[in-house]
Every structure is written in structure tokens, then in C-alpha cells.
Design a protein around this ligand. Structure first.
Ligand SMILES: N[C@@H](CCC(=O)N[C@@H](CS)C(=O)NCC(=O)O)C(=O)O
Length: 345
């Protein structure tokens, strides 16, 4: 029998995007091999060239000519897997909900990572935890003297990158308040249904899970906050790790009309913090500015401009424009009053 070749991916347990993608491969019953390690070391040993930007996870997938190559960026990889493997889709069948799923996936990937990186490296107890564990997740039997060298190196490098996600003394309370509000919204939503997208998980569920795998499962400060605010989000992150056993049906998806109002609670957070960040970033890109500044949640937020997040805004709008007129109106109803309307052109 002709078995499909397992997909290889290289990543690490403390990487939210690695956990997101591993969980999707499991859920979708796609044969895979998880290689724990550093793509910079593993790829040459597989005889494969490194990608331009080496991110975790790095997938090893055939190009158009069938040659294996290194591929990064979880969002397009999810869509490629949808076209190459049938069944157990992570894209909702209602086009309006597919848009909401896309928006929430983007929010979890791009804003959720601010929670993750901020809590991981800001407070000393968290940085100490991550500084020890990150090297050990690369090599569990690392000699003690090597770990003693590695730990301060990685800790200083990552603490020095906090500003990249916009985390500093001024924005710390904004990030913290946003995380707490999201947990509160999740606690309400998960009382209605087991996933963001209904009775089966969408891409946004896996993206959210990726961040929660760290916030709940790795870093002490956000773990304590999650346990205090949303026991359901804690349980959800444990369950999302492995969804191989559920048998999803077409009718398990929420539709724009029957989605519980708690979904709006989550969209409110997107509109409150992520929408202004996307808009300020896009304006800075247009003006050719390397940094931007805006007010987020009543506070001055300054950070560097990211081309990638400019593309995120463009892709969100392309998804929206691809909808029929009536589906756009159905999306508009869901977004009404959330602040997300501002990012749709
Ligand atoms: N948009 C990418 C993001 C992947 C990403 O940013 N990965 C992080 C680790 S979780 C990374 O590799 N950062 C590079 C570094 O820390 O040097 C995706 O969805 O796959």
C-alpha cells in the first residue's frame, strides 16, 4: 500500500507556533515526524538549505519540482495542508465564520505572542525559568558548565528583545490587562461550547492553544493568572494538545447566526488592542517610518514597524473582500461595536 510520507517539522516545546502546528497535524491525522531541535543544526544534516528567516517550527516540504525544502510561517502552511489532505478541516464551512476564524487566528499569532514574550522575559522569576529550560529543551543532557554559559546568553538576548514586541514599563499594564480580559472572555465563551469555532476546532483554536500552551504550561506568572481567572482556559489548553480522538461533523461548526454572544467578548479584545496596533503599523509603513506610536487602551504604545504585520492587515482585508456581499453583511453584524470594523477597508 502506498502510504503518504510523513511530514517532518523541526521545532521546540517552548515555541507557541510549534505547538500550534503539532496539534493541527495530530488533529488532522496527517502523518508527521516531530524533530525537536534547532533548524540551523537539523536542516544541514538532512541536506536541506536553510530558509531566509529561520523560525520555529520549520517544516520540510516538497516544492513544485518535488524537491524537499525548508518552509516557515504557520498560517499559509495550514492552508497548504487543507488543499493536500482531505477531511477534518480546520476552516469553518460558513464563509462568514471562516473570516472570523482567520481574524482570531491572526490575533492569537500576532497579539497573543506579546503576552507570551512579555511574561516570559519581563519578571525575573519567569526569565530565570525560561533561561534554564530553553537550553535544556534543546539538549536535556547538556553538561552543567555549558548550561551555565548558555543561560545568561539566551536570557540577556531575549530580555533585550522585549522592546521588539512593544513590551516596556509603560505598556506592561496594557499587556497584562489585555491578557486578563481575554481570559475572562474565554471563561464565558468556553461555558457555551468547547472551542472558539463551535463544537469542533478551527485554525484560530490551534493558534490560541499555541500561545496558551506557553502561558498556562510554561511560564509561572501567566500560569498563575490563568488559573485564577479562567480554569476553563486552563482545561482547554490541556485538551487542545491532542484532538486526535474527536470525530467532527459538518454541523459541529458555529454559524454567524448561532454563534454565542460570548464570541463578541473575544472580538471586543481584538478591536480594543490589536486593531489600533495594526492601523498604526500600516500608517507607519506607508510613511516609511521605522517606528510607530499610538494610543492603545488609554496608554501610549511605541514600537518598531513590522512589514509582516502590514501584510497581516492586507490578508485580513483580502479574506473579507473574497466574501459574497451577503456574507460580508453577516460578518459586519458580528464585528459591529467591537472596534474590529476599523481594520476593514
Ligand atoms: N508567523 C510565524 C511565526 C513563527 C515564529 O515567530 N517563531 C519564533 C519562535 S516561537 C521564532 O522562531 N523566532 C525567532 C527567534 O527567536 O530567533 C508562524 O506562524 O510560524
Amino acid at each position: 500500500m502506498n502510504q503518504p510520507k510523513p511530514i517532518q517539522l523541526i521545532g521546540s516545546p517552548p515555541s507557541p507556533y510549534t505547538r500550534k502546528m503539532l496539534s493541527i497535524l495530530r488533529y488532522r491525522h496527517i502523518p508527521h515526524r516531530m524533530i525537536w531541535g534547532d533548524p540551523g543544526t537539523v536542516l544541514p544534516s538532512l541536506g536541506i538549505a536553510k530558509p531566509k528567516v529561520g523560525l520555529l517550527p520549520t517544516f520540510v516540504m516538497p516544492d513544485e519540482a518535488g524537491e524537499l525544502q525548508a518552509v516557515c510561517d504557520s498560517t499559509p502552511i495550514i492552508r497548504r495542508l487543507e488543499s493536500e489532505y482531505q477531511g477534518r478541516s480546520v476552516i469553518p464551512n460558513d464563509p462568514a465564520m471562516a473570516f472570523i476564524d482567520y481574524l482570531l487566528e491572526d490575533f492569537a499569532d500576532e497579539w497573543g505572542t506579546k503576552y507570551m514574550f512579555h511574561y516570559r522575559w519581563q519578571a525575573e522569576a519567569d526569565a530565570d525559568n525560561a533561561g534554564t529550560l530553553l537550553p535544556l529543551f534543546q539538549m536535556v543532557d547538556m553538561p552543567a558548565d555549558k548550561l551555565a554559559q548558555f543561560k545568561p546568553f539566551i536570557t540577556e538576548r531575549q530580555v533585550g528583545r522585549l522592546h521588539v514586541v512593544g513590551s516596556n514599563e509603560v505598556t506592561a499594564p496594557v499587556i497584562d490587562a489585555s491578557y486578563r480580559r481575554l481570559l475572562t472572555a474565554l471563561e464565558t465563551h468556553l461555558q457555551q461550547q468547547p472551542y472558539l469555532m463551535g463544537k469542533r476546532p478551527g485554525a484560530s483554536d490551534f493558534a490560541l492553544y499555541g500561545q496558551l500552551s506557553q502561558l498556562v504550561g510554561f511560564d509561572p506568572t501567566p500560569r498563575a493568572i490563568a488559573h485564577a481567572i479562567s480554569p476553563r482556559a486552563v482545561a482547554y489548553s490541556g485538551l487542545m494538545e491532542d484532538q486526535t480522538g474527536i470525530e467532527p461533523a459538518d454541523t459541529d461548526w458555529s454559524t454567524a447566526e448561532d454563534a454565542p454572544s460570548s464570541l463578541k467578548g473575544i472580538l471586543n479584545e481584538v478591536g480594543r488592542v490589536y486593531a489600533p496596533a495594526l492601523l498604526a503599523n500600516a500608517q507607519a509603513m506607508q510613511a516609511g517610518e521605522k517606528t510607530w506610536e499610538t494610543e492603545i487602551d488609554g496608554c501610549r504604545w511605541a514600537q518598531q514597524t513590522f512589514n509582516y504585520q502590514g501584510k497581516c492587515l492586507q490578508w485580513i482585508n483580502e479574506e473579507y473582500q473574497a466574501l459574497s456581499k451577503s456574507d460580508r453583511s453577516r460578518v459586519d453584524l458580528l464585528l459591529e461595536g467591537t472596534g474590529c470594523e476599523a481594520i476593514i477597508f
